[in-house]
Design a protein around this ligand. Structure first.
Ligand code: HEM
Length: 175
């Protein structure tokens, strides 16, 4: 997975839990405590997944809590500064969620090693308030997807109701 996700995790854990916790996370995947992830590098899949699952143990928090914290930090702090151009013209959560598939499609086109998730949309009502999103990724990180959807709601200060239907389907109710 692209190093940018790990760089975001690094910033979040140092800010919220302290440097020593982040160093323990790096140690747990056999990386030096001064290791720096570069946004464009390709990190081996096992390292990425172990880093997240070890962080849950090191920080002593439930996995979904870590996913929610990553989602909030990604959407509200990290992506607005790293990828501000994608935020241009977004008026609300709905705009952002509907743009997600295009964003990740572009990521896949630009970086041939990347395997970004893809998203399929289906409106459930005429008023376009309830959207079913199907998450496609071999990594099965639906919890992280849900955390990021919550982060989108936080960014726009909108209350989203999110229901998980399966390991690939989520229903989002917009205000
Ligand atoms: C400007 C905004 C965003 C950019 C530039 C972006 C870019 C990326 C990149 C580069 C990856 C790594 C892909 C790889 O290496 O294979 C990734 C992964 C991911 N993104 Fe985004 N993303 C953005 C916003 C979001 C949002 C708002 C959500 C959800 C609501 C989301 C959901 C995910 C998930 C769940 C993954 C984990 C990988 C997986 O499930 O396979 N992203 N994204």
């Amino acid at each position: 997975m692209k190093g940018t996700i790990h760089k975001c995790l690094h910033e979040l854990i140092v800010k919220k839990y302290g440097k020593s916790k982040w160093e323990a996370c790096l140690n747990s995947v056999n990386l030096a405590t001064n290791h720096r992830f570069m946004p464009f590098e390709d990190v081996p899949e096992a390292t990425s997944l172990n880093l997240v699952s070890n962080a849950v143990n090191i920080l002593e928090i439930p996995a979904q809590q870590l996913f929610d914290e990553i989602g909030e930090y990604w959407c509200c702090v990290y992506a607005p500064k790293m990828y501000s151009f994608w935020y241009i013209g977004l008026k609300n959560s709905k705009d952002y969620i509907l743009k997600l598939d295009r964003i990740h499609e572009m990521v896949g086109k630009h970086f041939n090693q990347a395997k970004p998730p893809r998203f399929e949309y289906q409106w459930m009502d005429e008023n376009e308030k309830t959207l079913q999103v199907t998450y496609h990724s071999n990594r099965n990180l639906i919890g992280l997807f849900i955390g990021c959807v919550k982060g989108v709601g936080k960014y726009f200060n909108e209350e989203l109701k999110i229901e998980k239907y399966s390991e690939s389907k989520v229903m989002i109710h917009f205000p």
